[in-house]
Design a protein around this ligand. Structure first.
Ligand code: ATP
Ligand code: MG
Length: 252
């Protein structure tokens, strides 16, 4: 990956993320559809200008505050999340003081092992004391069928606030139906997850996490000033409006 190794390349960050997915795929951490899901995200990020828009920054502050104030916060991770931002998710769990749970849509013992091993290696290297759950599912998310419903009683089942980056719409909805504050990170403001979540941050995962890790926890915006539908509309406006005069401006 020559390009990924060269930060001066205009698509460096995008190439780096692709490289991380390639490495994770080789380790058996990803579902077959992982690259497709990533591609959908990349397309939206291109249209967003690959930047954190102001409404996403506000949503991220609201989300961090909700997680810090929750009684049982938990961060849910899937294959793409571990591949793209495993270190950042562990650091965020450490900042909040909460567990992280591996919870994947296409659950096989091999993928679970690969993800848990990768996260435990990262945790060791970072020297963090974070609980990594998911190995011993003893509960189910009501309303979901099959292995995708499995979770841990002391993690996702009892959580009152849960961060679900790049989540599937069905599972997001099932978690909301359990009465949890569900925080979504998703570049597509039109996805079901984005719409059904309680708080949605329309931003690229690794960029969003770096932003949240830098935030001073004393001065965060609270949930009262968060308008869910307006936040999604703002993201859509940034995508559509930001493109409207793109080439006519270039001609001037
Ligand atoms: P839904 O099930 O919520 O309707 P979907 O079926 O369109 O969504 P999925 O394939 O379930 O999409 O999930 C992938 C989602 O993750 C997409 O909405 C995509 O925009 C988003 N996504 C992919 N990569 C990233 C990333 N790096 N950062 C943020 N979002 C991402
Ligand atoms: Mg989906």
């Amino acid at each position: 990956m020559d390009h990924a190794a060269d930060p001066s390349h205009p698509r460096y960050r995008s190439l780096l993320m692709r490289h991380r997915l390639e490495v994770a795929a080789k380790k058996g951490m990803l579902a077959d559809s992982a690259m497709i899901a990533h591609g959908r995200g990349e397309a939206y990020d291109y249209l967003l200008g690959e930047t954190t828009i102001p409404s996403a920054d506000v949503a991220a502050q609201v989300a961090l505050k909700a997680l810090m104030q929750a009684e049982h916060p938990v961060l849910s991770v899937n294959g793409n999340v571990v591949a793209l931002a495993g270190d950042e998710m562990l650091k965020l769990a450490d900042k909040i003081g909460c567990p992280l749970e591996v919870n994947i849509f296409y659950r096989t013992p091999e993928r679970m092992d690969a993800l848990l091993t990768d996260l435990n290696e990262r945790k060791e290297q970072l020297g963090l004391d974070v609980d990594i759950l998911g190995a011993n599912p003893d509960a189910v998310i009501p309303g979901l069928k099959g292995p995708r419903a499995k979770c841990e009683a002391k993690g996702i089942l009892q959580a009152d606030a849960i961060l679900v980056p790049l989540e599937d719409g069905d599972r997001c909805e099932a978690l909301v139906a359990m009465g949890k504050t569900v925080i979504v990170i998703d570049l597509n403001p039109l996805s079901r997850s984005s719409q059904r979540g309680s708080i949605t941050i329309v931003d690229e995962l690794s960029r969003c996490l770096e932003n949240m890790l830098k935030m001073e926890t004393e001065a965060l915006t609270s949930l009262d000033s968060y308008d869910h539908m307006q936040t999604l509309q703002d993201a859509l406006n940034a995508i559509v409006g930001g493109m409207q005069n793109k080439f006519s401006e270039a001609k001037e």
